[in-house]
Write a protein that binds this ligand. Sequence first.
Ligand SMILES: [Zn+2]
Length: 322
Amino acid sequence: MRLPVESGLRSPSQQNYRRKVSEVLERLRISLDYTPQSWAEILKITERDYQLVLHSQKDISAVALAELAELLKLDFEVFATGAIDYQGVVARHQGNLAYLPDRYSMGAFSRKRTSLGVLQYLEQYYGWRTRDALLRTLQVSETVFQNPEELISVRFLNDTVKHLAKRGYQKYEIFGMGAHSMIVNQGSVFAHALAQCQTPMEAYEKMVLELLAPHFERNYQYRLMYADHSHCILDVKPSEELLSACALKEVASPELCSYRAGVAASVCGYLSLPLSHVTEIRCIHDGAPSCQFNIDYSRATALELKQRMSASRNQAALRVVH
Ligand SMILES: [Zn+2]
């Protein structure tokens, strides 16, 4: 039987929703140190109506929640999930926009540049609102990323790609975000070092043996299991240092593997050669002790060889002319 709305009766799930929203609202009020009266004014309701909301006897309008979310730079969904970093809300509300939650400041071994690359990718391909929505969901402000050389936990990147996958982003799109890291890294020491390499194989060897060596890279252990001029096999697993600071599921996910495959594919891009074809041949999330990627750069090698031969032919021709 359909219940008349006026009766005030609600299904258990609606009651549950009301209770959750009222708890979130009240905890926000107390955290931000507002009186019930001024809080009711912000919500554009009377103090009495706010009391009814608190006792789950009245719904608060979606418009009021949306406006509050806007004011506090939160994602609208958090009122239903209750997943709020209250300390972060207070810090941002007091003007501390650079506040980084413990979740992202502890075990911070990644450059913010990497996460910034994903934000830039989202803005470039899906618009600034998508970038803004992601930051609101993860409850981090833009100011946090002002200095790309500062450190942040890899949890941020993992949360980002997991959230995007939940929102329907496909594997190839997350792969694309990883490949986009090449654009973000332009002008960096990393990019400069790789651009000096003569061949794709040399670039992968340099990346793993020198640039991702343990004294530079603290998040993951990278090993080159095999390399020739057509392909290599890259082995990756979280470092002991990272696992002592975070649980495995916080710093690794199948989505992060897709992202990493994109990063691995982009290495030839630093040599202005085509991206590699990357396949994950075993994964830590399928019970393997580490993830392994087969990186096929045969196309890049063939093109590099062709360019080299054509350059030496041109030089020979120049010598004949002179
Ligand atoms: Zn994997």
